[in-house]
Design a protein around this ligand. Sequence first.
Ligand SMILES: Cc1ncc(COP(=O)(O)O)c(C=O)c1O
Length: 397
Amino acid sequence: MATNKKPGKWKKRTLAVRGGQTRSPFQETSEGLFLTSGYAYEAAEEAEARFKGEIGGYQYSRFGNPTVSMFEERMALLEGAPVGRATATGMAAVSAVLLSSLRTGDHIVAAKAMFGSCLHVVEQILPRFGIGYSLVDGEDSNAWEKAMKPETRLLFLETPSNPTLSLVDIAAVAKIADKHGARLAVDNAFATPALQRPMEFGAHIVIHSSTKYIDGQGRALGGVILCHQDFLNDHLQVFLRNTGPSISPFNAWLHLKSLETLDVRMKQHCENALKVADFLAGHNKVTRLLYPFRPDHPQHNLARAQMDGGGGVVTFDVAGGKKAAFKFANALKLIDISNNLGDAKTLVTHPETTTHQKLTQEARAALGINSGTLRISVGLEDADDLCEDLDQALKVA
Ligand SMILES: Cc1ncc(COP(=O)(O)O)c(C=O)c1O
């Protein structure tokens, strides 16, 4: 690689645009897309030395790729993490963290309010390998402490959670992890490093579905793991290299370039979401409204303490249950029905029948999901158009 600018004490927005960039001898301004599976060596001796780790350089894109490295480095700088590794999806990142570091006899404590596939890995896959788990009310710091066992190695949570925007006090749970010699892993997909940096509050590992706000335009799947060097050396690196959940260089390039606009996009997502939340809160067909940066959110103070903005997701209950929720969704003229989130386009989903369909009724009730619950991923359109669409659809509900 040719010349690089030398990062000084760059602030986050500068890091999001320039952090981690390496240039080829062509001195391209925009980061290069190295769509290659393999790398050639000048001589057999060089190949041997690279495989022995005696000299640097890439060997095979399952192990590493220059475009992927730029994405990993930029994400690490934004999260304040020593190192990062990108994966094919957010779920590949979650699975790699759990499966690379836990072994038979170990125990994990996780928050109940978690994305359905994460719960599946904890409840269905880990026990097959003799790994025990306890699910706790993530909002209750005492519940985390009580669930700890001598064999607990990992604590795992997402905040804000999907879809009920429940928060966990990251600093309080990180302290519990430290006290018991365990690690805390935080899924930061909803907030992104633009709004929340869990390592600043003591988390040891941060996980992302970069499919969501990091891509920001609903184009490509991806995931990222941010961690300390010892976790990478002792667990993650060998696991990733040999099991192969690698991100495509193309997807890494899309997400790398998207980081350049993450901060401005997240600001607009937050501004639009707050306007939508305020509109819905005043509507007579809305029986519950959840948005972390509104004073009526039950954990509003915590939201202000650990987040720089409320995020782009607003969750609400419409009066009249599933029938009304479906009528509302079907009546939308601008907003799309889609279970994805973090897109520039506003998307609405009915968690009971989509993202959380596989959970039991009791499990959904425990998470605060009922038949009238709708989740809106508020996009980047004009907020007035969004409110107008919501208004006309609520009239039909
Ligand atoms: C909080 C959270 N974590 C993880 C995932 C999984 O990410 P991916 O779909 O990229 O595998 C999702 C959504 O799909 C999510 O909402």
